[in-house]
Design a protein around this ligand. Sequence first.
Ligand SMILES: Cc1ncc(COP(=O)(O)O)c(C=O)c1O
Length: 353
Amino acid sequence: MSRFFSRNTRELTPYVPGEQPKDKIFIKLNTNENPYPPSPLVMERIRNFALEDLRLYPNSEGATVKQALSKYYGISEDEVFVGNGSDEVLAFIFKAFFDNTDKIGFPDITYSFYPVYSALFNIPYVQVPVRSDFSIDILQYPEDLKGIIFANPNAPTGLLISVETIEKLLQNRPDTLVIVDEAYIDFGGESCVELISKYDNLIVVQTLSKSRALAGQRVGFAIGCKELMDGLVRVKDSFNSYPLDRIAQIAAETAFIDTKYFNETRQKIIKTRQWTREELLNLGLEVTDSKANFLFVKIPGVSGPEALLKLRQEGILVRNFNNPRICDWLRITIGTQEEMKELVEKIKKIIAG
Ligand SMILES: Cc1ncc(COP(=O)(O)O)c(C=O)c1O
């Protein structure tokens, strides 16, 4: 550590991203990417991009992406904010709405970036334990929170909270900002985007990294009332005015136009998830009822780190977390049907010892 680090930098415990191997020898089921390529229309539009335009800065607000999103969701362009991946959008939310005198609450088992952003911006936070079956008791969160954030479906469990429950939360706590991270919503959940017209205490965050197969382009967005989105623009314009490059804007805008491809690929992933879940249950594994593009599983009699290592030796990358409540569980991204068949065979081998 350099002696020039600020106290804040010294005290950070940064998020650890999943491994991106340099070669392709692994079946990569560790970072919840889409196993299918982006829409052919997206790839065609990128190929036709006039490269000489890279000389110019991009539109600072991602205007065409906002247009596509407003059309797709039937909302106003003022109710959308786009950023460089939903991680950046989430960071801006933490910065825009919370001070070091406010408190934000989230489940003890959820996306591990939430405590990282809290620490980065010096925001006090409370990690509320999920129930023993990993479900979130969202209506019983402490009273003194200025904000509540959770992933829905949750990560890494894949468990979903209904829109009715979220609406109850919004009604019960009109002075609490509720942030719903819908990174995985397209794989079987119902989005609560429609609620933003009724509640000014709701922000919905989504990404193009998962169901739209554009993790490499880094595009995410928030949807909420205009006043909340204005707060995000204030932070963006105090940090980086041009978070989305020109090619990312073209890719993102087009991804919301090609709905046919989007629906076909996400249905394929859902079907493969159901097939894999059944297979693993039949093998005696514990498997949560995931509505995301991953499964959360426990192999009886094999510790999480050991299972991870054995799968790695068999050429399959998965994810394991060191939170003691889930250290024996694995998060396994849904790949192609062939990749998941291979996974099931390797797990059979591990069980057989
Ligand atoms: C729950 C959740 N939210 C947000 C993200 C960030 O996605 P991105 O920054 O690629 O948009 C992820 C990525 O894995 C995630 O799991």
